[in-house]
Design a protein around this ligand. Structure first.
Ligand code: GDR
Length: 340
């Protein structure tokens, strides 16, 4: 019998890679999307899976719509990847973020408890929950110290998932994923903003790229591998929580250096902090500048994950390093630039 899976956030980066994986594994994939995201299926088209998914409109703010879906289908697995997922936006829309990213999780869990207690549930938790951390590496036992309405909402989702697992004996797993990027990353996130920006500069379509705090450190992996980890978390006998990360951390400035090297651009950094600039060595023109408007009211300075537990129990390990990730992202940036 074909398994049926529900993926919320199907049009996002992770939704697309997870759908690709489940289709390969012969699942029937129900993709839930917001009404406003109907046209937003370029990722699914690029992976050539848009015709293989059954789409259902769903607002995570509407419990009736969630309940309707659970009455219509029998889900073996439910992956909650939908969220207001941009940290910066959460400062401008804290209530909407809390409602969707936080309470949305509870609405799904309530539907599972009421209509489908045997469905396995995956919650996409986030390394942002660790926030301002004082530990060299963060694992499943590390202290949370969230720094944004987004991170606080994710923390609610994480704890309510654990609570429903314990209280109602549901199979509810929480995957704490550190930053994971790919050519399918949204352009508002820093890695994609950089790869797209630098390629646009090289092609003469952009003069200067403006960024915020480039000294922040992140643990960046390849999203496709993280989707695999999410699926593995639902294949155990007992639900649990796992960190997905590479264990390496780099500044945004390091990421830029790696891109510039791969693109063979002759550049040099001049100045520091708000005056920092990346300059073309020959023409002396600015290529990257810092703009205060991209700084967040509260920043997360340092993240580095320890996925020993996922490695041991799931046999999951991040394979793509920073260099490999940059290559993947820039190659595809160049390919689609040519086709525009
Ligand atoms: P993050 O990702 O907030 O870590 O959350 P993002 O790429 O937005 O920011 C990473 C770091 O880069 C700094 N930064 C900038 N960020 C953006 N977006 N644009 C800029 O111009 C810029 N300049 C510097 C940020 O301040 C930050 O320190 C991501 C999201 O995908 C979350 O949904 C997910 O939960 C976590 O990763 C794990």
């Amino acid at each position: 019998m074909k398994k049926t899976a529900l993926i919320t956030g199907i049009t996002g980066q992770d939704g697309a890679y997870l759908a690709e994986l489940l289709i390969k594994k012969n699942y029937r994939v129900i993709g839930a999307l917001r009404r406003s995201a109907r046209q937003d299926n370029w990722r699914l088209k690029r992976l050539n899976i848009d015709k293989k998914i059954i789409f259902e409109e769903l607002e995570l703010s509407e419990e009736n719509e969630i309940n309707r879906l659970f009455k219509k289908y029998k889900f073996n697995e439910v992956y909650n990847l939908a969220a207001q997922s941009f940290v910066a936006t959460s400062f401008n829309s804290p209530l909407n973020t809390s409602n969707i990213t936080g309470l949305g999780v509870l609405r799904i869990l309530e539907a599972i408890r009421t209509y489908s207690p045997r469905s396995k549930f995956f919650q996409a938790s986030s390394s942002e929950m660790f926030g301002q951390t004082f530990e060299n590496k963060q694992d499943e036992q590390s202290k949370f110290n969230p720094q944004s309405p987004y991170a606080i909402s994710k923390l609610y989702g994480h704890y309510i998932t654990k609570n429903y697992r314990k209280s109602y004996n549901l199979y509810a797993a929480s995957g704490i994923a550190f930053n994971h990027e790919s050519p399918l990353r949204g352009e508002e996130f820093v890695t994609r903003k950089i790869t797209k920006g630098l390629v646009s500069i090289m092609k003469g379509e952009l003069k200067v790229l403006e960024l915020g705090n480039v000294y922040a450190k992140r643990d960046w992996g390849y999203a496709k591998e993280y989707a695999q980890g999410m699926w593995q978390m639902l294949q155990l006998k007992k639900a649990d929580d796992f960190i997905l990360s590479t264990g390496k951390t780099y500044t945004i400035k390091n990421f830029i250096d790696e891109c510039v090297k791969y693109l063979k651009m002759e550049t040099i950094w001049i100045g520091k902090n708000l005056k920092l600039r990346l300059v073309n060595k020959k023409t002396k023109k600015d290529l990257i500048k810092i703009n205060k408007k991209y700084f967040r009211p509260a920043e997360v300075d340092y993240l580095r994950g320890d996925s020993k537990k996922a490695n041991k129990v799931l046999k999951w390990k991040a394979k793509t390093d920073l260099k490999g990730l940059v290559k993947l992202m820039i190659d595809e940036e160049m390919k689609y630039f040519k086709m525009r």
